[in-house]
Design a protein around this ligand. Structure first.
Ligand code: DGT
Ligand code: MG
Length: 614
C-alpha cells in the first residue's frame, strides 16, 4: 500500500539497482559531452580576442605572443574539443541506449512473469487490451525515456550550470540578464506540463479503449462477418478513433504553443545582453571576445530549453508508465502456493470434497471485494458451488453431469486451484489443496478444457505442449489414442502443419482431439475431460471411448459430459444441479430411480421421453 504511493522515479531507481553503476557512467559521459559541446563559443570568443587584440590577447597574457602560434593553439584546442565531444557522444549514446534496452528487457520479463502468475479472477477484471498496453506500450515508453530523456535532462542541467558559471566569470554585471529568465522558463515549462498532463492522460486512456476494441473485433471477426456487421463495427471504431483525435487535438493545441513561447522569453534575455553588453564594449568595460562569447552562449541556451517541454513530457509519460508497471508488479495473488511437495509420480488420485462452498467474487487488490454497490445496496454474488461433498477413490472413473451452468466446469477449476473455495476443503490423496505446491498440484492433473486453446505453431508442438521434450514416437502414440493420428496425417504437412492462431485452421472436433492427445501425453495421475468429445461424431466418440478405457487404467479420470452415453460406464456418476449434489451412483442405479434427474435426462436422450409425450 505504502509502496504504491511512492514516487515512481524512486521506485524506478530502486528497481534498477543492478544498473546504478552503468547509470553513473552514462551520466558522466552525458555531462562531459555537454561540457565539450559548450566549448566552441568560448573558442570563438578567443578567436575574436586573438584577431582583435593580437599581441594583447588573453593567450598573449599567458605567454604566447605570436598571433600565428595563438591561432595554432586555438586550432589544436578546437580539434581536441571536437574530438572529445564526439567521443563522449558516442559513449553516452552507447551506454544510455544499451541501458534502456537492458532495463526494458528486465521489466518486460518481470511484468509478464508476474502477470501470468496472477489469479484467474484478475484476468476477468482486466481486459487483455489494457494489460497489453501496460506490458507493451508502457514498457516501451520507459525505454524511450531512458534512451533519450534521461540524457537530455542531464545535459540541460549541465548547460544551465556551465553557462551560468561562464557568464558570472566573464561579465558578472550583466550575467543576471540571461540567468533571470531561466527560473521563469523552468517554472513556466512545469506549469505548462501540468496543464498538458491531464490532456495526455485522457489521450492515453483513449488509446487503451481503441486498442481493446480493435483486438476484440479481430478476435470476433467471424461473428462480425456472419452478421454482416462490418459497417456497424466501422462506425464503432470510428467513434472511438474520433474521440482519440479530439483528445489529441486538445493536447496539440497547448503543446504546439510551447516552443514559440520559450523563444520569446529567451529573446528578452538575448536582446538585453546584446544591448547592455554592446554598451559595455563601447565603454571599454568588456572585451570584444567576451562579448562574442555572451552572444553565442545565449543562443546555445535556446535549443535545449525549447526541448524542455518535450523532455518533461517524456519524463511525465515515463513516470506514468512506471506507475502502471509498478502497480501491476505490486498486484498480489490471493491464490498462493502451499509448501507441501507432492511429485506427480507419487499421486494416487483420491479426490475428496468436504462441504465446499464457492462464489465467483471480483478480484480485489486488498483481498476484500466490494460487498456494497455504488448506491450502497448490498451486492450478493451468486453461490456457484453450494455445500458440496463427494469422494472419488484413487483410480476411479467418475462422471459429472448436470444442466448447463450447474457448476461442473467451476468444480474442475477449483480442483486446479484457479480459484480458492470460500468454505470447506478439497483434498488430493488426503492433502488439502491449499497446502500443496501449486505447480505440483497442476502437474498432477491433466485438464482437457471445454474451450480448447491451441497455440500458434505446429500440430506436434501443440500436442507436446507442457511436456515439450516428448519424443515423436510418444506424440504419435498419444495422437492415436485420441483418434487424431489419421486426420493429422491427412493434413498438408502432417504433424508439422501450422494450426494457425488459436488453432483456427482445424475443425472444432480436430482441436478437441489434439487437446486430448496433449493431456494423454502428459500422462497425469488425474485426468479431467470437460466435454472433451462434445464436437466429434458418434463413431469417433465411440473410438475415443475405447481408448479412454485403456487410458483410464491406473489413474483417476473425471469426465464431464452432456451426452450421457459417454459416461454410462463410469464407476460413479455425480448429478449436479445449481451447485448442489443431487444424485450419485452407477448408471444402472441412477436410471432406475423413479423421477430422478438422471433418469429423466436419460429418457430424453434415448428418445424414451418422446414416446411418453405421445
Ligand atoms: P456447461 O459447461 O454449460 O455445461 O456449464 P457448467 O456446469 O460447466 O457451468 P460453469 O461451472 O461453467 O458455470 C457455473 C456458473 O458460474 C455460471 O452461472 C457462470 C458462472 N461462471 C462460470 N465461469 C465463471 C468465471 O470464470 N467467472 C465468473 N465470474 N463466473 C463464472
Ligand atoms: Mg462447463
Amino acid at each position: 500500500m505504502t509502496q504504491k504511493q511512492q514516487n515512481p522515479l524512486v521506485r524506478l531507481w530502486q528497481y534498477t539497482s543492478n544498473y546504478h553503476r552503468t547509470i553513473g557512467v552514462a551520466s558522466l559521459y552525458s555531462i562531459l559531452n555537454k561540457i565539450f559541446d559548450l566549448a566552441p563559443p568560448l573558442l570563438i570568443g578567443m578567436a575574436v580576442d586573438v584577431v582583435v587584440e593580437q599581441e594583447n590577447s588573453l593567450l598573449a597574457d599567458w605567454g604566447v605572443t605570436s598571433v600565428m602560434t595563438q591561432l595554432l593553439i586555438l586550432a589544436v584546442l578546437t580539434a581536441v574539443i571536437w574530438a572529445g565531444e564526439s567521443l563522449f557522444q558516442y559513449l553516452y549514446a552507447l551506454h544510455w541506449r544499451n541501458l534502456a534496452q537492458n532495463i526494458e528487457h528486465d521489466i518486460r520479463l518481470d511484468a509478464y512473469d508476474h502477470t501470468q502468475r496472477l489469479d484467474m479472477a484478475f484476468f476477468e477484471e482486466r481486459s487483455s487490451g489494457g494489460l497489453m498496453a501496460v506490458l507493451n506500450d508502457d514498457v516501451n515508453q520507459l525505454e524511450r525515456f531512458l534512451d533519450v530523456g534521461a540524457n537530455e535532462i542531464l545535459q540541460l542541467l549541465t548547460t544551465i550550470i556551465v553557462i551560468g558559471a561562464i557568464f558570472i566569470a566573464i561579465a558578472p554585471e550583466i550575467a543576471w540578464m540571461t540567468i533571470l529568465p531561466m527560473p521563469i522558463i523552468i517554472w513556466g515549462s512545469l506549469r505548462f506540463q501540468k496543464k498538458l498532463e491531464p490532456r495526455y492522460a485522457r489521450m492515453r486512456e483513449q488509446v487503451g479503449i481503441l486498442n481493446s476494441q480493435l483486438s476484440n473485433n479481430l478476435g470476433g471477426i467471424a461473428t462480425i462477418k456472419s452478421f454482416t456487421a462490418e459497417a456497424h463495427e466501422l462506425a464503432r471504431v470510428g467513434v472511438e478513433s474520433n474521440e482519440y483525435r479530439t483528445r489529441n487535438r486538445e493536447a496539440i493545441a497547448l503543446s504546439a504553443a510551447f516552443v514559440p513561447l520559450i523563444r520569446m522569453v529567451i529573446m528578452v534575455g538575448f536582446i538585453a545582453i546584446l544591448v547592455a553588453g554592446g554598451r559595455m564594449v563601447i565603454m571599454n568595460t568588456l572585451e570584444v571576445g567576451a562579448y562574442s562569447v555572451l552572444i553565442f552562449m545565449t543562443q546555445r541556451l535556446l535549443w535545449p530549453l525549447t526541448r524542455l517541454g518535450e523532455t518533461l513530457d517524456l519524463y511525465q509519460r515515463a513516470m506514468a508508465s512506471t506507475s502502471r508497471i509498478m502497480e501491476l508488479l505490486d498486484t498480489e495473488s490471493h491464490v498462493n502456493s502451499g509448501d507441501e511437495h507432492l511429485p506427480a509420480a507419487e499421486v494416487k488420485g483420491e479426490i475428496v470434497l468436504e462441504d465446499v462452498m464457492f462464489t465467483y467474487a471480483p478480484f480485489a487488490e486488498n483481498g476484500h471485494y466490494d460487498k456494497l454497490s455504488a448506491s450502497g445496496s448490498p451486492i450478493s454474488y451468486p453461490t456457484i458451488i453450494n455445500d458440496l461433498s463427494l469422494r472419488i477413490a484413487a483410480g476411479q472413473t467418475a462422471a459429472i453431469v448436470g444442466s448447463t451452468g450447474a457448476g461442473k466446469t467451476t468444480l474442475m477449476k477449483l480442483l486446479l486451484r484457479f480459484y480458492d473455495i470460500t468454505e470447506g476443503h478439497i483434498r488430493l490423496d488426503g492433502h488439502n489443496l491449499r497446502d500443496l505446491q501449486i505447480d505440483d498440484l497442476r502437474q498432477a492433473i491433466g485438464f482437457v478444457s471445454q474451450d480448447v486453446f491451441l497455440f500458434h505453431g505446429t500440430v506436434q508442438e501443440n500436442i507436446a505442449y507442457g511436456t515439450f521434450a516428448a519424443p515423436m514416437a510418444q506424440i504419435i502414440a498419444a495422437a492415436k489414442l485420441a483418434e487424431a493420428h489419421e486426420f493429422i496425417m491427412a493434413l498438408p504437412h502432417g504433424y508439422d502443419t501450422i494450426v494457425g492462431e488459436r488453432g483456427q485452421k482445424l475443425s472444432g472436433g480436430q482441436r478437441q482431439r489434439i487437446s486430448l492427445a496433449r493431456a494423454i501425453l502428459k500422462d497425469p495421475p488425474v485426468l479431467v475431460l470437460d466435454e472433451a468429445t462434445s464436437s466429434v461424431d458418434n463413431e469417433t466418440e465411440a473410438a475415443i471411448q475405447r481408448s479412454l478405457e485403456r487410458i483410464a487404467v491406473g489413474r483417476t479420470t473425471i469426465i464431464i459430459a452432456h451426452r450421457l452415453s459417454t459416461v454410462r460406464n463410469a464407476d460413479v456418476i455425480f448429478v449436479l444441479e445449481n451447485g448442489k449434489l443431487k444424485e450419485n451412483g452407477r448408471h444402472e442405479e441412477l436410471v432406475a430411480q423413479e423421477g430422478g434427474i438422471y433418469a429423466g435426462l436419460w429418457q430424453v436422450q434415448t428418445g424414451a421421453a418422446a414416446h411418453h409425450a405421445l
